[in-house]
Design a protein around this ligand. Structure first.
Ligand code: ZN
Length: 264
């Protein structure tokens, strides 16, 4: 009997998680993509979550932060219990907040690997969704999320020196090269395809965000063209990283499958 209990306990574990995405499975089940404090990104099954009287369903909505009980499964782990900690309900009533929250979870889904624990990333996601639910300017919250995520995942862009020759950057428009992850001085510019010229104001905003976080930028009133420029610059860099990493994962899989083929 004691043995049986310990086996059951081994199979079950708790985690705090935020719902990033979900997909219908069969008649009434759902596959959820979660970002958890304890295990990073996870894909799990919630059985019967689409039934009208499901106990689990209401705790597994988009952007909800919940305490979950999971049971290890052969393929995907299974949700056996769920309790909402913060539903971030206001996000669903505000189109702008909803759009930005969707963007945040998409970036996180694309830039992280399954089961790589990173508590700081979980906290960043949680606090960003909380700010969006509180109605804080979604533009500033989202740019802060993007830059902070890049830093936490080891992709901090070089904002102060030329990424190539390390020279100080004088206050002038400079080229940002996503492929290199930073600005280029006038001597080094022009070599990188897909790079863009970034204005002095946009550079100042990025440095303020880097040095002082959201509190340094939240009160800045900035016009639409600067907003678009910042969104475009960070977006191009994020896309480059997501595509490059997905590319390297694909190459790794091909190599692995190729060598498996040969060793047969
Ligand atoms: Zn240079």
């Amino acid at each position: 009997m004691a043995k049986e209990t310990s086996r059951t306990t081994d199979r079950l574990y708790r985690c705090d998680a935020i719902v990033l995405g979900r997909m219908d499975l069969g008649e009434a089940d759902r596959i959820l993509t979660l970002y958890s404090r304890q295990h990073g990104k996870l894909r799990v099954i919630a059985k019967g979550a689409r039934r009208p009287l499901s106990r689990l369903g209401p705790h597994l909505e988009y952007f909800s932060r919940s305490r979950l009980m999971l049971a290890r499964g052969r393929d995907l782990d299974v949700v056996t219990g769920a309790e909402t900690e913060d539903a971030h309900l206001a996000i669903r009533d505000d189109l702008d907040a909803f759009g930005h929250a969707s963007h945040i979870v998409e970036i996180l889904t694309r830039l992280t690997e399954d089961r790589q624990e990173n508590v700081a990333v979980f906290e960043l996601l949680s606090s960003s969704l909380r700010l969006l639910a509180d109605g804080v300017d979604a533009f500033h919250v989202t740019r802060h999320f993007e830059l902070a995520l890049l830093v936490l995942l080891g992709y901090r862009p070089e904002l102060y020196h030329c990424i190539d020759c390390r020279a100080d950057l004088p206050p002038a428009p400079h080229q940002f090269a996503s492929t290199l992850g930073g600005f280029l001085c006038d001597c080094c510019r022009g070599r990188e395809p897909g790079s863009r010229i970034v204005s002095v104001d946009a550079q100042k905003y990025l440095r303020a965000l880097d040095r002082g976080g959201l509190s340094a930028t939240i009160r800045l009133s900035i016009g639409n063209s600067l907003r678009e420029e910042l969104e475009g610059t960070l977006g191009a860099y994020l896309r480059h990283i997501a595509e490059r990493d997905l590319g390297s994962l694909r190459i790794w899989r091909e190599l692995r499958d190729g060598s498996a083929e040969r060793s047969r």
